[in-house]
Design a protein around this ligand. Structure first.
Ligand code: 13P
Length: 340
C-alpha cells in the first residue's frame, strides 16, 4: 500500500480550511438538472458546464479537490486542455466517482444497494493513470416504514469497505460516502440513531477489510430532521447532534469528514457547517469540511443556464459559495460573508 502518498493526499484534501467540489453527477442526474432549466441534455453542454466550473478564476483558494464523472475526466476544454490539467494547474486535486449507481436491492423493497465492484480494480488503475488521486463511492440509506434493514446497512457497508481497500491498493484516497437520505418526515433523533448504526457498521467493515483510516475521508450526511418533518431544529441543535454522533462512531485516525449537502439549501448547508466549527473546532480530532454538490453548484448552474455569455457571472456565484464554505470551515461564516 502507498501509505505515505495516501496520508498526504487525504491531509491535503482537508488542509487549510478548504473543501471538495462534488461535480460528479451521473448522466441521468446531470441531465435531470439540465432538463429543469431547459438546457439541452447533450455531451457538449455537459462539457461546457463542467469547463465553466473547473476554470473558475481563483477557485483553488477555497477548493482542495474536485470529484469528476467518468465522462468529464476524459474530456478536454473547448480550447483542447484536458479537464484534469485545468484542475491541477489551479492547485485542485482531481478525483473520480467510481460507483455505478444505487440500484434496487433484491428482496428489500424500497432499499438500494450500490453497484460497481466488478472490474473496479482495473478501472481504478486507469483513473490513477489519468491523474485522479482520490475516488468516491456513494451508498444510499433510506429511512422509512421498517427500513433501513440490517441487510441493507451491512451490504452497503461491506461494498464501501471493499471499494476503499481497492482504492488504497492503487494509491487513490477513498471517499467513503454512506448517505442517510433526508427524504421523509422522520425526526432528527431518528436520523441520529440510523446514522450512528450505519457509521458504526461502516467502520467495523473498514477495519475488517484492512482499510487505512489515515488514508481515507468520510463523506456523511449531517444529522438533520427529514425534509417533511414538522419540527426543524436550529443550526446549533443540528451541529450539536452531528458532532455528538460522530464523536461516538468515527475513529480519531480519520483525516477528515467532508459533508454532502443532500438537498439542503446552499445557505443552510453553510450555516450548519459553520455552527459545528464555531462551537467545536478545537475539540474535534478530525477536520470538518464540505464536499457539496448542489450547495456549491446550484446558484451557478441557474445563472449559467446553458449560455456562454453567462459564464463570468456563474463563475462568480460558484466562487462565492466556495468562499462562504471555507469561512464555515473556520467558524467565520455569517450574513456579512454571505452578502459580500
Ligand atoms: P450533494 O451535496 O448535492 O448532496 O452532492 C454530494 C454528492 O457528491 C452526492 O454523492
Amino acid at each position: 500500500m502507498k501509505t505515505q502518498e495516501l496520508k498526504k493526499t487525504a491531509k491535503m484534501l482537508v488542509a487549510d480550511n478548504k473543501g471538495i467540489l462534488a461535480m460528479d453527477e451521473s448522466l441521468p442526474t446531470c441531465n435531470k438538472r439540465f432538463a429543469k432549466l431547459q438546457i439541452p441534455e447533450t455531451e457538449d453542454k455537459r462539457r461546457a458546464y463542467r469547463e465553466m466550473l473547473v476554470s473558475t478564476p481563483g477557485l483553488g483558494e477555497f477548493i482542495s479537490g474536485a470529484i469528476l464523472f467518468d465522462e468529464t475526466i476524459r474530456q478536454k476544454t473547448k480550447g483542447g486542455i484536458p479537464m484534469v490539467k485545468v484542475l491541477v494547474d489551479a492547485g485542485i486535486i482531481p478525483g473520480i466517482k467510481v460507483d455505478l449507481g444505487a440500484k434496487e436491492m433484491a428482496a428489500h423493497q424500497g432499499e438500494k444497494l450500490t453497484e460497481g465492484l466488478d472490474g473496479l480494480r482495473n478501472r481504478l488503475a486507469e483513473y490513477y493513470q489519468m491523474g485522479a488521486r482520490f475516488a468516491k463511492w456513494r451508498a444510499v440509506i433510506t429511512i422509512g416504514n421498517g427500513i433501513p434493514s440490517r441487510a441493507n446497512i451491512e451490504a452497503n457497508a461491506q461494498s464501501l469497505a471493499r471499494y476503499a481497500a481497492l482504492c488504497q491498493e492503487v494509491g487513490l484516497v477513498p471517499i467513503v460516502e454512506p448517505e442517510v437520505l433526508m427524504d421523509g418526515a422522520h425526526t432528527m433523533d431518528k436520523c441520529f440513531s440510523v446514522t450512528e448504526e450505519v457509521l458504526h457498521t461502516v467502520f467495523d467493515q473498514l477495519y475488517t477489510q484492512g482499510v487505512l483510516l489515515e488514508g481515507m475521508i468520510l463523506k456523511p450526511n449531517m444529522i438533520v430532521p427529514g425534509l417533511a418533518c414538522p419540527k426543524q431544529e436550529s443550526d446549533e441543535e443540528i451541529a450539536d447532534a452531528t458532532v455528538k454522533c460522530f464523536l461516538r462512531v468515527v475513529p480519531a485516525a480519520v483525516q477528515g469528514i467532508t459533508f454532502l449537502s443532500g438537498g439542503q439549501t446552499a445557505e443552510l448547508a453553510s450555516a450548519r457547517l459553520n455552527a459545528m466549527n464555531a462551537r467545536f473546532k478545537s475539540k474535534m480530532p478530525w477536520k470538518l469540511s464540505f464536499s457539496f454538490g448542489r450547495a456549491l453548484q446550484q446558484p451557478a448552474l441557474e445563472i449559467w443556464n446553458g449560455n456562454d455569455a453567462n459564464v463570468p457571472k456563474a463563475q462568480k456565484a460558484l466562487y462565492h459559495r466556495a468562499e462562504c464554505n471555507r469561512a464555515a470551515c473556520k467558524g467565520e461564516y455569517n450574513t456579512g460573508v454571505e452578502r459580500k
